[in-house]
Every structure is written in C-alpha cells, then in structure tokens.
Design a binder for this molecule. Structure first.
Ligand code: SAM
Length: 252
C-alpha cells in the first residue's frame, strides 16, 4: 500500500527535461523569425534545433530517470519470492522496481552512500533517509532493509541471496573495481540464483540526445561485460537493451 509521501529519486532535472531549455527559445525565435521574415538559413537552423530538442525530449521521457523503472525482463526471479540484494541501490529506483514486480520478495538495498551518491543525487543530508523515504512512498519498506557498504567487499556470507540486482552502479567503478564487484555478487548469490545487471548504454537514441555528454559506461562494450561476467562464474541467460540501458540476466 502506498502512503502520501511522494517518490523523489533525485536524478538531475536535465536528465529528464534538459532539452526544454533549447526547445522553448528555438520555437519562440522561429515564430518571431517567421513573422519578421528572417533569412531562410536562420529559420532552417532554428527549425532543426527545435526538432532535435523535441525528439531528444521524447527519448529522455522514454528513459524516465525520475520515474519508476520497469523490469527489463520478466525472467528475473521467476519464482516471485526470495531474498534479493540490490547493489548500488542509490535512492531506491531499482529496489522499488524489483519489489513492485515481485510482491513476495524481500530485499536488502546496499549502497556506499558516499561521494558517488552525492555526485548523482546532490549533497542533501542523510542519504539513507532519502532511500527510506522512497521505499515508504512506494509502500514497500516492510519488505526492505538498508545496508551501507562497499560493493567490492560485501558484508554477507557466501550464498546468502536468491537474487541479486544492480542497476547503473557497477559501471561507475574502474574496470578492476567492477570485476571485484561482479565476483562479490557471485559469491553472495546462491548456486542457481539469478543476477540482473543493468548498465548505462549509449545506444543510438542516447547518443542522438546527448552526444558525447553522456559518456560513462559507454567506453566498455557489452563483450567486456559478458567476458567479465563469465569470468566471475555467471552463465548469460539473456542480453538485451532498453532505452539507455544494456542488461544481462545471469545464472550462478
Ligand atoms: C546511478 S546510481 C544508481 C542507483 C539505483 N540503482 C538506480 O537504479 O537508480 C549509482 C549508485 O551506486 C553507488 N555506488 C557507487 N560506487 C559504489 C560502491 N563502491 N559501493 C556501493 N555503492 C556504490 C552510488 O552511491 C550510487 O548510489
């Protein structure tokens, strides 16, 4: 059951609406220019800018960084129940995604709540409280607990979880760190358990909307992730893309 606190994942506004800053002036100038008969090249430039920013806005709304996420595959934790670990939970978008889709599951939301958290979500105080507020707003807090730790050294015994999820987090570490985090995910997952890994992916639409401005994660091809996942002991069941996202469904 949801309460009346609203969800606020805290991603920067420009990730959802940044292109409005260009779209509105471009449309306004286009209107003025058409009325005052500005040169055609100027009107054409304004028209292209308006079209590009409108299309980019559609791309961003499709990714929906500030809204609830949909599971990229229905095959994660198909039993619908069990204990899940969310590695790099941030303000809870991925945790809520899993708890919404799997109402019988419980989840441990793990994050370091350090520099990287502040980099993404700003310097507001009590980062854990922001995560908790979102879990409460989504009405899933009774099935979730919060742990502060580094994903490269997880504070759990071997084979403690039925499922592991990690969204847009492991690609924030340098290669060696990502490999350590993958090995830790494999260690704490039960044999036969599922791992859903989601990464920022510079697909053609993301490149269209952001150009070189959104570069993180884009430098490592899916083949690097696939090889590293196999090295960590995972079997790849599915690999696919969603807007701005590369995902792998894996089995330990
Ligand atoms: C882009 S956010 C993703 C949050 C969330 N999974 C989502 O889907 O919105 C990346 C998160 O990874 C966390 N993180 C980065 N390095 C970490 C580390 N070494 N250990 C634990 N968490 C880390 C950051 O604090 C941040 O909250």
């Amino acid at each position: 059951m949801q309460n009346n606190v609203t969800l606020d994942f805290g991603y920067p506004w420009w990730l959802s609406y940044g292109h409005v800053v260009l779209l509105i002036p471009a449309l306004a100038a286009l209107g003025v220019g058409a009325a005052r008969k500005w040169p055609r090249w100027m009107l054409a430039t304004l028209g292209v800018t308006a079209l590009w920013s409108a299309a980019s806005l559609v791309v961003l709304r499709n990714f929906n960084a500030d809204g609830r996420a949909a599971m990229p595959t229905e095959n994660f934790l198909k039993s619908g129940a069990g204990k899940v670990l969310d590695i790099g939970a941030g303000t809870g978008r991925s945790s809520i995604m899993v708890l919404d889709a799997r109402p019988q599951a419980t989840l441990v939301a793990l994050d370091r709540f350090g520099e990287s958290f502040e980099h993404h979500f700003g310097h507001g105080h009590e980062p854990e409280q922001r995560l908790l507020s979102n879990l409460q707003a989504a009405g899933v807090e009774r099935r979730a607990s919060i742990v502060s730790a580094d994903m490269r050294k997880l504070p759990f015994n071997d084979a403690s979880f039925d499922g592991v999820v990690s969204a847009y987090a492991m690609d924030h570490l340098p290669r060696e760190g990502s490999k350590q985090a993958l090995a830790e995910a494999a260690r704490v997952l039960k044999p036969g358990g599922d791992f859903l890994l989601m990464l920022v992916y510079n697909d053609r639409w993301t490149r269209f909307a952001f150009g070189p401005a959104l570069s993180h994660g884009g430098t490592r091809p899916s083949s690097w992730w696939r090889a590293s996942l196999e090295e960590a002991g995972f079997r790849v069941l599915e690999e696919g893309t969603r807007p701005a996202t590369l995902y792998f469904l894996l089995r330990r």
